[in-house]
Design a protein around this ligand. Sequence first.
Ligand SMILES: *Cc1c(COP(=O)(O)O)cnc(C)c1O
Length: 400
Amino acid sequence: MKENKETIIEQAEQAVLHTYNRYPVVLERGEGVYLYDTDGKKYLDFAAGIAVQGLGYHYPGYDEALKAQIDKLLHTSNLYYNTPAMEAASKIVKASGMSKVFFTNSGTEAIEGALKTARKYAYRKDGRNDHEIIAMNHSFHGRSMGALSVTGNEKYQAPFRPLIGGIRFADYNDLESVKAQITDRTCGIILETIQGEGGIYPATEEFLKGIKAICEERDILLILDEIQCGMGRSGSMFAWQEYGVKPDVMTCAKALGCGVPVGAFVLGEKAALGSLEPGDHGTTYGGNPFACAAVSKVFDIFEEQKIVDHVRQIGGYLEKKLDELVEKYECIETRRGKGLIQGLVISNRPVGELVVKSLEEGLLVITAGSNVMRFVPPLIITKEHVDEMIEKFERALKAD
Ligand SMILES: *Cc1c(COP(=O)(O)O)cnc(C)c1O
């Protein structure tokens, strides 16, 4: 089988279900914050596999930890204990100050667990079966039926109705609109601390604190989706830590394993004591020793290498450079974001086209919403990488 780009793409299109319109690039290997395609072309990676590769590629010690776990044990099921899951869960508990962790294989599964937690919490209080969850317009929580049901995007939802019942939508950063959806059956409010796919909208402090107050007053569970903005990306380990608003349930995935597919939902004490019980939830793979060895190593590296401090510094530099672009180019309206989750709002030009031009210049970037360029690089980028990105992106902006 000849391994050239065209034949790989052709064969992929024959065998792989076409649910993505892929860019015509076949990526082969990564090194640091660079990717190489099958033609040997080098790309600066400001997409990080959609905010997954927090530590880039082949971070010192990461591969070795995974290889060591492969040599010991890949999988056991959750019928027994294993050391990596214990270690990984303990590190998440310590970093978050929350209480209990349930490991999943993806973000969408973490959301499923969070939704079940909210329903069970309310069910244990009153035994009713008509509890409601409030979610946000323009949110993104995943593609399984439960997660899709709280994803405020008509295009994603329409073909798959009926979705799960009891979901009401409010407007992000509009506290009154949330209040308008509260009923005596509300059991949970779910939102991203920083909306990602929807267009990089950080929550305002007023909004998040207002929601927290409502949740406390009415004993509703606050679910914060940290799948994209968590794991240091915002400049804090978890974005909610910047606001001083602690959720009752937090969902993680993406950079949790920095490349190994793993997610988690994490419960605060109240939710841990008053919701899911033995038999209520399960997973065959979730918390598998291999995935958890990755999570555990990621937390060690974050601590030893002070990754979050680095994000705070380099994030400031990225913001400054992106703000300069806003000043310089007519077609860039504004910048939104925190740390290393940043968006540029583009007008009068299709963002998809800008992505293609960037690819030609050797830069991987992605979009968010309908008109936002999204910058979610590995957390280990340096000033030089930011400068290189700006140079390449400006060439893409000027190309026609
Ligand atoms: C990516 C994402 C998800 C879904 O995660 P998957 O691993 O793709 O299922 C959920 N919430 C947010 C905020 C995300 O960015």
